[in-house]
Design a protein around this ligand. Sequence first.
Ligand SMILES: Nc1ncnc2c1ncn2[C@@H]1O[C@H](COP(=O)(O)OP(=O)(O)O)[C@@H](O)[C@H]1O
Ligand SMILES: [Mg+2]
Length: 392
Amino acid sequence: MPRLPRLEAPGKYFPLGGPVPPEDLVGRERYIQASVERLLDGQNLLVAGPRRIGKTSVMFEVLRRLRKKGANTAYVDVLGATSLRGLGERLADSLLQQQTGLARTMEHAKAVASGAKLTAKVRYEHIELAIELAREQNELKFFEAALELPQTLASRAKRRVVVTFDEFQAASRLHPRIFDIMRARLQPQRAVAYVFLGSEAGLLEALFTTKSEPFYRFAVAHDLADPTGHRFGIDPEDWHLYIRKKLGARGITMSEALVDDLLDRTGGHPQDTMQVSAELYYFMRDAGVRTVTTQLLALAYEQALRELERAFALIWADLGKQKYQQAVAKRVGRSEVLFQSTAELPRIEVLRALDAMRARGLVLRVGRGRYEFVEPMFADYVRRLDSAMMAP
Ligand SMILES: Nc1ncnc2c1ncn2[C@@H]1O[C@H](COP(=O)(O)OP(=O)(O)O)[C@@H](O)[C@H]1O
Ligand SMILES: [Mg+2]
């Protein structure tokens, strides 16, 4: 198939990678409303699931709506912190931003604590808590004090405070006892609700459901995927409306049958669906074509698969860390007989590998002895690994 010239990298008109703006957030309305209500009730939530399914996007929207209702919110990406102090600073900065209007309140507070004058824009009472905190030299004490900030703020401002820790499992690398330290501080905070997001579902679930673990029962799991509904929790109808409207706004028409075809190919996986849609839009635009055809969709799919290769390669490399997982993954990808015992692949290892891949949200059981990848495009990637198709 010929490759059409590419004039502009995709990803702007159909946003890709990272949280999407509210107007591009497809589906999830009931999930968002339920989250807002639970958090206003003071319930702590756990949202565990693989990368690229929209955890961060949906939580940004939840926090936006909570602010509209008068709550104070904070969002902390734990992966971005490299020390306890750094994590504490991120929490304080995000929490105080609504009051001070500064992106980095702590830097400002540090300067004031060491003698600098307040700038005219910032009111002392808004930065007071940060200045107190900035005076703390001991890293652990600083971190603990930062963890108290949400509750202090809540009682002073008489507001509900909601704090989100994204990629929460990554906190483990900052301190050997970080989860004990955090639980002890967060537990008594009555006016604060916490959301824990993370892509290492196995680790997170263990942390929150094992009796001996510090976060045992601290939050209620609120999965994006609805076990009785759609695989990724987004109604295909919502994708139909969004894709056709978004293309339509640029004068491009796509038949319902072709949108169905697109959704079949992506399985409705959020980022994969956006990726194919983006490729399609830019192909159409660059070629000056106004009606989507089967051929153009196929071309967009191939390009999207190439763009996703790096993300898929990471998953594949991760599977390589356990001895039998890649071999079992290939069987799953090709829909081969799974449990056939061979010298290289004993049955017990097949079971173990399947369990591990299920716990990570990669693989789904679809019947007796039948499994498939949650993400059809990843399955396609795996099938093509042995052929030359994925070679650059
Ligand atoms: N509800 C959604 N509507 C539209 N696109 C989405 C949605 N959820 C995820 N995406 C797509 O997936 C990408 C990754 O989303 P993100 O929120 O960063 O996922 P996660 O936090 O689970 O890794 C987004 O940039 C967007 O392209
Ligand atoms: Mg995320």
